[in-house]
Design a protein around this ligand. Sequence first.
Ligand SMILES: Cc1cc2nc3c(=O)[nH]c(=O)nc-3n(C[C@H](O)[C@H](O)[C@H](O)COP(=O)(O)O)c2cc1C
Ligand code: SF4
Ligand code: SF4
Length: 434
Amino acid sequence: MADLTTTFCGITSPNPFWLASAPPTDKEYNVRRAFEAGWGGVVWKTLGEDGPPIVNVNGPRYGAVWGADRRLLGLNNIELITDRPLQVNLDEMTRVKKDYPDRALIASVMVPCEEAAWKEILPRIAETGCDGFELNFGCPHGMAERGMGSAVGQVPEYIEMVTRWCKETTDLPVIVKLTPNVTNILGPAQAAKDGGADAVSLINTINSITSVNLDTMSPEPMIDGKGTHGGYCGPAVKPIALNMVAEIARNPTTHGLPISGIGGVTTWRDAAEFIALGAGNVQVCTAAMTYGFKIVQEMVSGLSQWMDEQGHTRVEDVVGRAVPNVTDWQYLNLNYVTKARIDQDACIKCGRCYAACEDTSHQAISMSPDRVFEVMDDECVACNLCVNVCPVEDCITMETLTPGAVDERTGKTVEEEPANWTVHPNNPSATAAE
Ligand SMILES: Cc1cc2nc3c(=O)[nH]c(=O)nc-3n(C[C@H](O)[C@H](O)[C@H](O)COP(=O)(O)O)c2cc1C
Ligand code: SF4
Ligand code: SF4
């Protein structure tokens, strides 16, 4: 059976599933129950400065986006960092770490962008016995307006500076949690590396307004008639997170920097995808908030079973496996030709593929009077829109034309040799293939 034990930037946990810093890791009661359920580690809900505790709103703090089956696809929140006194959290962390020495306990921290503030708090937190720090440069609401969270994460110079202060202060691993609210994630990732970070974790939440109440004309969640942008997370953000993780993993100067993948992880498969794109472990928040702590058991058994089937004995064997296959558009093989194929036995004759292709794609699906839908190869550009709108899984698939076959749309014979845009005759600056 595959060994899921993971050592992430020097921190060992029995599996690669950590709870992200958020309500699930807010207090001892939660974290103990999470560990009993099987989570490999937790990043404690972000700790702030000592002093008067943070104040949260007293009305709703979540907005949501659902699928047609009411499944939660995206969650938006306006919650701040911990609103519990620092010492209470520290005492609880100490007790939990003592009772669960084999689990990873990471302290998430956010204090003002002042050297003394960071240098004062880290040693105090380290006394809990925690395994490392995660610097929260990601929260996009509330704290950002106070010059913390994403206000730091959006300025690479600040990231580097604060990371360096922390590395000067502690021997424990320092993970820098990045905000996705930037145009290019590589700047912040590079800054974290330059500051000496042992790893980066991403993504924190994305600026968002999930809905507007049209009766009150206020964004939701609505607090006494007003709303504000919150942070978006859950399954909907996974594609954004995967891309950012992949960008860091494949960039020559950030390649090799350990990455903790966060954003929409709900199943073992999501986790495997993050790991394949370069994450050394994953963190989970929304899935635990939606389905409870025991969801980790399916993640663990699913990942383990899949690794056994694939012949992977350790998580490290999977880390980054898909990275060499992430490329830029100009290197995609333009001699790779596919056509849509409809399984007539599976088709329920709903006509969605026809409407989509006829109205918005390439008029490549015919509809007979008795509603038989067929692909016309001489029109199909293989966009796969029909596959994505068809309500029946695997009813429409894409078939690859073998070299030597003729593409009826272009009249050209499919060539064996790959050729991409860099060598395409239409490219004015065509040079050489990758
Ligand atoms: C209600 C809520 C509170 C959060 N609070 C924090 C926080 O205090 N510190 C932090 O680093 N991230 C916080 N996050 C962000 C999560 O740790 C995580 O980065 C994000 O939710 C994406 O993961 P997910 O899609 O699995 O939820 C919070 C998220 C939610 C939903
Ligand atoms: S792949 Fe695109 S072009 Fe081809 S049939 Fe489907 S929707 Fe039409
Ligand atoms: S969308 Fe799928 S099920 Fe509906 S008509 Fe097309 S192939 Fe059939």
